[in-house]
Design a protein around this ligand. Structure first.
Ligand SMILES: [Fe+2]
Length: 260
């Protein structure tokens, strides 16, 4: 057991969000959790900071994580059974489905051709497009040529798009015209909770608060990968500025459901 899991009272700061919709806790499919035990440890912290439900979002990223949807769904089913068998006396959030974090890269077209992208839906059936909400990310280093077109084409096909962590792309500035244009085109944005606590550096922290201030951020995600992230999530839960933000702002996390 990790030292960070020793008893210490952590405030349930993220209870108003209810659901986390971005985390990498399906073991051994990407750069997230490396074992069932690690996933359980992280989930325990997520419950402690206020999350009642979590939705898993493994990376689909070429060539690093060439995951396929059918395989991910099968692994998710097995993971749920293993969690159920091993949870013991632990207090854990409920597992509420698996979708994915799709990177716009050279392999993305294969997912489109297979025609089985894993998406969320809004709980309210009157909201959202026919094919659901697709969580997408961009390169963390440089803008991929034509990424706006890839996003807008998906919208034309009937998907809603959630852009993951816009504050983490160093090539967008605080007042980015390209991000503003995406908002005008109806793209949803999801900021990382750990960005707000400075986990990815001061620039990402500032951008995350500024984008929320702009009214650009509909969702907050933990982007949990492992126990080191869980330790950072606990730290974020104690951040007064984040606590005040959660008391004041409404986010859409609890309005999502998984497709099936
Ligand atoms: Fe992620």
């Amino acid at each position: 057991m990790f030292g960070l899991f020793k008893k210490k009272k952590t405030p349930p700061t993220f209870a108003p969000l209810y659901t986390d919709m971005h985390c990498h806790l399906l073991p051994l499919v990407d750069d997230g959790s490396k074992s069932l035990e690690e996933s359980l440890d992280v989930m325990e912290v997520m419950k402690e900071v206020g999350f009642e439900e979590i939705r898993l979002t493994p990376h689909y990223q070429y060539p690093r994580f060439p995951n396929k949807e059918d395989d991910i769904e099968e692994r998710y089913k097995n993971f749920c059974e293993e969690v159920e068998r091993n949870k013991g006396e632990r207090s854990l959030p409920l597992l509420k489905g698996v979708t994915g974090e799709y990177r716009i890269d050279d392999g993305f077209h294969e997912h489109i051709e297979r025609g089985r992208l894993l998406t969320y839906r809004f709980a309210d059936p009157k909201r959202g497009s026919a094919k659901g909400l697709l969580l997408m990310e961009l390169s963390l280093h440089q803008p991929v040529m034509g990424f706006e077109e890839v996003i807008f084409e998906r919208q034309m096909e009937g998907y809603d798009i959630i852009l993951a962590h816009p504050e983490r792309y160093p090539y967008f500035n605080v007042h980015s015209d390209r991000l503003e244009q995406m908002k005008e085109q109806g793209v949803y944005f999801q900021a990382n909770i750990l960005s707000l606590d400075g986990f990815y550096g001061e620039e990402a922290r500032k951008k995350a608060f500024d984008y929320i201030e702009n009214g650009w951020i509909e969702f907050l995600g933990t982007d949990m990968h492992n126990v080191m992230y869980a330790q950072a999530l606990r730290h974020a839960a104690g951040n007064r500025k984040i606590q005040q933000l959660l008391e004041k702002e409404e986010f859409e996390n609890k309005n999502l459901v998984s497709k099936d």
